[in-house]
Design a protein around this ligand. Structure first.
Ligand code: PMP
Length: 419
């Protein structure tokens, strides 16, 4: 790397930088599943902006919609004023996403990012129920603002707050991974124990697949049992679909496969469709207890993101092609990973749709695989409490050839590291 060109990042930008340390290049352009750095080296993207680029970089369908909008002097900033772009987004969301699934949610624009929608969800659950505590799960990731961080089960991220978090209610739940639903008997007993302080929580917040937590897949039966328990106890169920929503696991919402209907759903990352910041909080109609202005924010009306979001709904979600393709490509990754798990000791795999993890008993092996992949021109990140999982999160629009090409690099890297 050309040090003189990278040094401003080191001298001026905060030490809080993270991805730039794993991938020390200066990126300049990107198209589809590829990024190009300033020296002209191409990188295949098995990371997709941490799930913010499900439709790839500069997707031509979304780009055309965006460029047309800007060229026609479309509104860019509007707080929460009514705009044509917002109306068309809401109409498309209702038509292509909510109605076909029989979902009757109201929609809030809580602020630009994932952590904003989590904050809105937590605040709403507490306001509706008049209760304070929230139950979260081991290894959960919900965002970096104080409320979202207080329900994030990652000690390194929590340490970033410096001092103890507000109303943190950690609730390790070891049945998460592959335990049986029997574990809920224990959960119920904790809820019944008035000494635990948890007998009347406002909500449970859960990811159906923990992304940052290491591709931990909740089984459908487990999610159904959790949803039933919440209903019985009058606890609101929040599904954080910031990373697993927008088709990452196949269906638009990750909870569809389990046949549950959460009370509150958070969406961000790929909802804007073009890598533009946008977040949605969805909730059952009767939970809309907000008064005007009770959850404000200057950047709630990202109209260019409304335009690209709508283009994505119309183009990709008016039929089930993307969902079927995602499941097929996910299966292709799973086959490769199963083979690697058979070939090498200390390697296993888990995932759903186009979020697939290759899990290494020795975390340094996972990190070596990603470092080798980077040298070979492939971006893949590690996840999990010890960064022991190579997590593949390619754009859903990746071609079969690109997927094959990238999988070969991962297989080669694994063979090299594990040999
Ligand atoms: N929830 C989940 C499940 C996430 O994966 C993330 C981001 N990795 C967030 C919330 C926070 O989103 P953001 O980084 O946009 O604030």
């Amino acid at each position: 790397p050309d040090i003189s060109r990278t040094s401003i990042f080191e001298t001026l930008e905060s030490e809080v930088r993270s991805y730039s340390r794993s991938w020390p290049a200066v990126f300049e352009t990107a198209s589809g599943s590829w990024l190009r750095d300033e020296n002209g080296k191409d990188y295949l993207d098995f990371f997709a902006g941490a799930g913010a680029l499900n439709y790839g970089h500069n997707n031509p369908v979304l780009k055309t919609a965006l460029v047309d909008y800007i060229m026609n002097d479309g509104i860019t900033h509007s707080l929460d004023m009514h705009t044509v772009a917002k109306r068309e987004l809401l109409e498309s969301f209702e038509r292509t996403i909510l109605e076909p699934r029989g979902l009757d949610y109201k929609v809030q624009f809580p602020g630009p990012t994932g952590t904003n929608t989590v904050e809105a969800a937590l605040k709403l659950a507490r306001k509706v129920t008049g209760r304070e505590s929230i139950i979260n799960f081991t290894n959960a990731f919900h965002g970096m603002t104080l409320g979202a961080l207080s329900v994030t089960g990652n000690s390194m991220k929590r340490a970033g707050a410096g001092v103890p978090l507000v109303h943190a209610t950690p609730m390790p739940f070891d049945g998460y991974f592959d335990g049986s639903t029997e574990d809920f008997h224990w959960f119920s007993r904790v809820l019944d124990d008035s000494g635990s302080g948890l007998n009347r929580p406002a909500a449970v917040i859960v990811e159906t697949v923990q992304g940052e937590g290491g591709v931990n897949v909740a089984r459908p039966e487990w999610l159904r049992a959790l949803a039933d328990l919440c209903t019985e106890r009058g606890i609101l169920l929040i599904v954080d679909d910031v990373q697993m929503g927008c088709g990452r696991t196949g269906p638009f919402f990750s909870f569809e496969a389990a046949g549950i209907t959460p009370d509150i759903v958070t969406l961000s990352k790929s909802i804007g469709g073009y890598g533009l910041p946008l977040a949605l909080t969805l909730f059952r109609r009767e939970l809309d207890v907000w008064g005007p202005g009770e959850h404000n924010g200057t950047f709630r009306g990202n109209n260019p993101a409304f335009v690209t979001a709508r283009a994505a709904f119309d183009h990709y979600w008016s039929d089930d092609r993307l969902e079927r393709d995602t499941l097929r490509k996910g299966e292709r990754i799973r086959q490769t990973f199963m083979n690697l798990a058979t070939m090498f000791d200390g390697v296993s795999t888990r995932g759903r749709g186009l979020v697939q993890g290759l899990v290494f008993d020795d975390p340094s092996d996972a990190q070596k695989v990603c470092a080798f992949a980077f040298e070979e021109g492939l971006l893949a990140e590690t996840a999990g409490p010890s960064d022991e999982v190579v997590k593949l999160l390619p754009p859903l629009t990746i071609t079969d050839d690109e997927l094959e090409y990238g999988l070969n690099i991962i297989a080669e890297a694994t063979a090299k590291v594990c040999a």
